[in-house]
Design a protein around this ligand. Structure first.
Ligand code: GDP
Ligand code: IMO
Ligand code: MG
Length: 431
């Protein structure tokens, strides 16, 4: 196998960062293809924790290339901060380690301002965004008035484009939201400075990838967010503003569909969601609090407490179908240790009927009652297991049941945040 895409199979924060870091050893290039700094991907190496928002999770491997693809919306302030931190730590020592697409769209201060103003105005109906300007930046992209990375060094182009789009942006800010307008005079020098600092990293990444793939280099595409947050297929409107499913890897990096051989879905052994929106298996009780405390379920980007609940196989089947999953990695199995009973949601009851598969828009997910299957738990800590056979029988049975019900093989089980706390049942990159 050569190239693979890793996607979140739930509502994000499944542990994609950890799994990407582990598989980077077996590939040459890691590519982020959508989303922006709404993502927070955590890597724990030794005792050191690193949270990445824009730079791909392969960056800890010094001899690999990380790419921020055209489909990503890039906040230059956050990217430069991340670059600075990794440089200080001696991890990012050569700009050749990080390539930034000429065509990625830029998140500007007014995108973040609009994100916050809209959420405030919505009150109770707010989406609970990360406030990173993601929605407004993607809107500008689709409205054909966005600024792209390659324009950051061209003053005349910036001036012409911004003069016309700021008319509309300031109309919204001042007239509708009664807030302060954006001053073109201050913005342009700031953008040019960003352009200069980022220049050593900028590349025509679709050409770069084409060349490298033809040379036999292996590529890992790193998804952000999760399938249920996809703008088309998720729990709309409580979603993010990009296509988070595997097909987004092709669009957001400029490689053809045939370049991708494997599609890996990441899921926790339970479910979490941060932000508003339906969540059928949510445990709004002591059990949910127990999962939050034991799993340290607080957002890596915003620090918000994550909502917690049982694993939902209707959601996983949906992810399997939409992404064409060829393998699943189950993370955080260790968090379930010590629970007497563990539940798996195998279907929903809705208006007197039972459903096992989901099209999120077809019915009101808030009104769906989960149908549970109950499994015996295990007492032992799992952290020292290195082989699937070393897991307690009940834990093995739990994983096999996930495989039976989704029809997707579980090739990796994660039992702690560190690299070594991982059970690899088969290595897709060595087949
Ligand atoms: P991502 O956005 O999908 O990369 O996931 P996040 O980094 O936002 O959230 C996953 C959290 O779980 C991080 O704090 C990880 O360090 C942690 N984590 C990952 N895998 C495991 C695991 O198997 N067990 C435990 N206990 N923590 C894990
Ligand atoms: P990673 O890559 C979990 C959620 C927000 C909100 C909705 C829309 O770390 O898994 P946005 O700021 O994108 O407009 O917010 O999407 N959200 C995430 N939830 N993990 C993420 O990323 C997320 N990125 C966005 O909480 O509900
Ligand atoms: Mg995250």
């Amino acid at each position: 196998m050569s190239n693979a895409v890793i996607v979140g199979a739930q509502w994000g924060d499944e542990g994609k960062g950890k799994v990407v870091d582990i598989f980077t050893e077996f590939v040459d290039i890691v590519v982020r293809f959508q989303g922006g700094s709404n993502a927070g991907h955590t890597l724990v190496i030794g005792d050191e924790k690193t949270v990445l928002h824009l730079i791909p999770s392969g960056i800890m491997h010094k001899n690999k290339v990380c790419i921020i693809g055209n489909g990503v919306v890039v906040d230059p302030e956050i990217l430069l901060m991340e670059i600075g931190r990794l440089r200080d730590k001696g991890i990012l020592t050569d700009p050749a380690q990080l390539r930034l697409s000429t065509d990625a769209h830029v998140i500007l201060p007014y995108h973040k301002q609009l994100d916050a103003l809209r959420e405030n105005q919505k009150g109770k109906a707010r989406i609970g965004t990360t406030g990173r300007g993601i929605g407004p930046a993607y809107e500008d992209k689709v409205a054909r008035r966005g600024i792209r990375v390659h324009e950051l060094t061209r003053e005349a182009v910036l001036r012409e484009k911004l003069e016309s789009s700021l008319d509309w942006i300031n109309f919204q800010l001042v007239q509708y939201y009664k807030d302060k307008p954006i001053e073109l005079g201050a913005l342009i020098p700031q953008m040019l400075a960003w352009g200069q600092e980022l220049a050593p990293y900028v590349e025509e990444t679709p050409l770069y990838l084409d060349r490298e793939i033809k040379r036999g280099r292996k590529v890992l595409f790193e998804g952000a967010q999760g399938t249920m947050l996809d703008v088309d297929h998720g729990t709309y409107p409580y979603v993010t503003s990009s296509n988070t499913v595997a097909a987004g890897a092709s669009i957001g990096s400029g490689v053809g569909l045939k370049a991708i051989d494997h599609v890996i879905g990441i899921s926790k052994a339970y479910t979490t969601r941060v932000g508003a929106g339906p969540f059928p298996t949510e445990l709004d009780n002591e059990l949910g609090e127990h999962l939050r405390a034991k799993g340290a379920e607080y957002g890596s980007t915003t620090g918000r407490p994550r909502r917690c609940g049982w694993l939902d196989l209707v959601v996983l089947k949906n992810a399997s179908r939409l992404n064409g999953l060829t393998g699943l990695a189950i993370t955080k199995l260790d968090v379930l240790s010590g629970m007497e009973k563990i539940k798996l949601c195998v279907g929903y009851e809705y208006e007197g009927k039972v459903y096992n598969d989901l099209v999120a828009s077809s019915f009101d997910l808030n009104a769906c009652k989960p149908i549970y299957e109950e499994h015996r738990g295990w007492k032992d800590d799992l952290q020292n297991a290195r082989d699937f056979d070393e897991l307690p029988d009940t834990a093995q049975r739990f994983i096999r049941r996930i495989e039976d019900l989704t029809g997707v093989p579980v090739f990796l089980v994660s039992i702690g945040p560190r690299r070594r706390e991982t059970i690899m049942r088969s290595n897709l990159f060595r087949e």
